[in-house]
Ligand binder design. Structure first.
Ligand code: GDP
Length: 444
């Protein structure tokens, strides 16, 4: 089955970490080589593999130790998350036009399963209560028109065809006005497939695009062609402009390189996958489900996620305690900013705080910049100074050293120190008020 080989290859990577206590750059070297090899064998292109391996090692080291989680489990989780993001992150569903009909243009080389995919898509949409019509414009291969007509009959979806006397563009125009007359929701256009990419094919697609003004333009590609499929999506996208890809014959592919590469190589998402000849064998593409299928370790993934949550929760509780006791120090300050980094951005975090959603992006950028400045100064403090800011109020020489070390002025350091004490006081006040259920100034 698809990804079998990749799954086995990746497993070797985890196995090598079984005896380790923590992930280090050193003990990750060999597992990373295994991952690299497994991906290359899955027919993922070299630049993509390189980027992937780099981001996995960065993330694995950067995550730090999560209590109760073993290094091999942690690596599984990091690889899973990076696989998801490699395949595009969130699933991208089909887009419908604001004013029907929605036109879906289906392009692809001959034999990849384009006509089959038209039928599958029509059935998929029909199940979602969308009425469809299919347009047969592959005038160069009369059998293609027959094939579409047969599929249409089988699924009770109307097919518009005009034999091969008219040009594809004329058929498309007529078909579209027919669709409008009938008031159907979606028009699926089966275009001509050729044996190879050529100028004629591209030009015809461009003309079709002009006439039909499609909402979706899919390139249908065959999974068995591996990284070549990804290169095709990139090429068609440059030439014609695509909205996504449909990846067929995943059931016959044991490597999976196309599924892994398409988004990264072309910038366009896979929207559907085909895994069989039957008309029902088409599904929306979900990067996270695909990643779980590759790794096949759902239990480990949820275990690591839980452990991460527990740790965050504990950190938050500890932080709250410190706030209440007005013991918030520079270490906590750093922890907070790192937590923010983990959540994406300060803007992302502020969304969760009532009343803070009105902060402008400019203000957020300014704040992020001044946080960076603060961080640089904190990094020049000794561990004792971080834990005991009082040391800094008493000693000008300490402040001078920190200013020199971080390339800031002594005024900036003094300011940071007094800011911390202000924060302590304000946070404690706020926390006390919040516990009382009243938060003045915040519209929650
Ligand atoms: P087109 O030339 O691109 O229109 O290709 P067709 O739709 O005629 O399909 C070519 C062959 O591939 C047919 O025998 C299909 O049954 C087969 N096919 C299409 N999609 C899939 C798929 O997802 N899995 C498998 N195993 N076969 C498929």
């Amino acid at each position: 089955a698809v990804f079998d080989q990749l799954s086995t290859g990746l497993e070797e990577a985890w196995t090598k970490l079984r005896r380790e206590d923590v992930l280090t750059r050193e003990n990750m070297k060999e597992p990373m080589r295994d991952i690299r090899r497994a991906l290359l064998e899955a027919d993922v292109s070299l630049p993509v593999v390189r980027r992937f391996v780099n981001s996995v090692s960065e993330k694995a080291i950067g995550t730090g130790v999560i209590r109760g989680v073993k290094p091999d489990q942690q690596l599984v989780k990091v690889v899973h998350d990076q696989l998801v993001s490699l395949m595009g992150g969130d699933a991208v569903s089909i887009e419908f036009a604001k004013v029907p009909p929605t036109v879906i243009l289906m392009a692809g080389l001959q034999g990849v399963g384009k006509t089959t995919a038209c039928g599958k898509l029509a059935l998929f949409l029909k199940k979602k209560d969308k009425s469809c019509i299919m347009l047969a414009t592959d005038v160069y291969r009369p059998a293609a028109i027959e094939q579409l007509v047969t599929l249409g009959k089988q699924m009770e979806v109307p097919v518009f065809e005009a034999g091969n006397q008219l040009s594809p563009v004329e058929i498309a125009r007529k078909g579209l006005s027919e669709a409008k007359k009938k008031g159907v929701d979606v028009v699926i256009v089966d275009t001509a497939g050729r044996l190879q990419v050529d100028k004629g094919m591209m030009n015809e697609l461009k003309q079709m695009k002009q006439v039909l003004n499609p909402t979706e333009i899919f390139l249908v590609v065959d999974a068995m062609t591996g990284q070549e499929a990804a290169a095709l999506v990139a090429a068609f996208n440059l030439e014609v402009g695509l909205t996504g890809a449909i990846l067929t014959k995943l059931d016959g592919d044991s490597r999976g390189g196309a599924a892994l590469s398409i988004k990264e190589v072309s910038g366009k998402p896979i929207k559907f996958i085909g895994e069989g000849e039957s008309m029902t064998a088409l599904e929306p593409f979900y990067p996270d489900r695909m990643a779980s299928r590759i790794l096949g370790m759902g239990d480990i993934l949820s275990f690591v996620e839980k452990a991460q949550e527990v740790m965050m929760q504990e950190e938050a509780e500890e932080m709250q305690k410190k706030i209440m006791e007005a013991k918030f120090d520079f270490n906590d300050f750093l922890k907070q900013t790192r937590m923010m980094a983990r959540m994406g951005s300060m803007g992302g975090m502020l969304k969760f705080i009532p009343g803070m959603n009105k902060v402008s992006p400019l203000q957020i950028r300014e704040a992020e910049k001044s946080l960076k400045v603060m961080e640089s100064m904190i990094n020049s403090m000794t561990p004792e100074e971080r834990a005991d800011p009082e040391l800094l109020t008493k000693s000008p020489s300490r402040r001078r050293r920190i200013a020199l070390g971080s390339g800031r002025t002594q005024e900036q350091v003094s300011q940071l120190v007094s800011q911390l004490f202000q924060m302590r006081a304000r946070m404690k006040n706020l926390a006390t008020l919040m516990q009382g259920g009243k938060v003045p100034g915040l519209d929650n």
